[in-house]
Design a protein around this ligand. Sequence first.
Ligand code: HEM
Length: 294
Amino acid sequence: MEYALTRAMDFTISEALTELTGFLAAFFATGAVAFRYVVLRADAAAEVDIARRAAQRAALFGFIGALVTTILYVLTLPRLAAKNHTSIAGAITGNGATLVQTLCIALAVVGLALALAHVRLGWALAAAGVVVGPLTSLFYGQWSRAVNPIHRLAGGLWIGTLFIMLVAGFTTVMNSDLPPIRRGSISANMVHRFSPLALSAFAVLGLTGVITAWTHLKRLDALWTTAYGLTLIAKLCVVLIVVGFGAWNWRRQRPLLGTESAAAVLRRSATAEVIAATIVLVITSVLVSLPSPR
Ligand code: HEM
C-alpha cells in the first residue's frame, strides 16, 4: 500500500516537473516576443546598439524556451498517436487544431532561431507562433479548450515579459557605458511601456483563472474538501503576493523612475515579483497534475 502510494507520488512529481518545465519554457518564448515588440519598441530607434544587444539576449532566452517547448511536444506525440490508433504523422494531420498548433510551435522555434541570427523577420514569425498557437481552439469554436492556453499566454505576457525585461533589458542597459542619467531614463521608458501590457494580461489572467477554476471545481465546497481545491487555495495565496509586488512596483516605484538608483530599486522588487510568480508556477504544476474533483 505504502509502496503503491510512493509510486503514485513519484509519478505525480515527474509529471509536475514536466508541467513546470513546459510553463517556464512557454513564459520564456512569450516574454521574449512581447519584450521585443512592446518594451523595446521606441528605444530601438534612439539607442540602436543597446536595443540590438537587448533583443539578442531576449532571443536567446526565447529560443531556449521555444526549443524546450518543441522537445516536450514531440515527446507527447507517440502517446497521442497511440490514443488515436494512428501514426505520428496521422496524429498531427488528422485534426485541424493539432496541425495548426504544431505549425505554431515550429514557427516559434524557427522564428526565434532566426532572430538569434539577427534576421528581423524571425521576430514576426515567432510572434505569430507564440500568439496564434494558444488561440487555435477559438478558431475551431472549442471555447472551453481555449481557456487554459489563453490563461498560460496571459501569464507569459505578464511574468514572462517581466523576467525578460530584467535579464535582457535592465542588464544590458545597466552594464552599458551610457551616462547614468540616460541609463535611468531608458529603464524608465521600458517600465512605462511594460505597465499597460502587464495590466491587460493581469485582467485576462484573472478572468480565465476564475473560469478554469470553476470548470474544474464543479462545486464550491470542492475548494476546501479536495486536494485540488486546497492546492488552488495555496496558489491563490501566492498569487496575492505576486499581485502585491506588482501593485507596489506600479503605484509606488514606477512614478519615482528616471534616475539610475530608482531603476536599481525597481529592479530588486521586480525580481521579488518574478520569484513569487515562479512559486505560483511550481504550485500550478502540482495543481494540473492532480485529478479534478468529481
Ligand atoms: C500570477 C498569476 C497566475 C499565473 C502566473 C498563473 C499561471 C497558470 C498556468 C501557467 C497554468 C497552466 C495552464 C495550462 O495548463 O496550460 C495555470 C492553471 C490554472 N490556473 Fe493560474 N495563474 C495565475 C493566476 C490564477 C488565478 C487568479 C486563478 C483563479 C482565480 C487561477 C486558476 C488556475 C487554475 C484552476 C488552473 C488549473 C487548470 C487545470 O487544472 O487544468 N490562476 N495557471
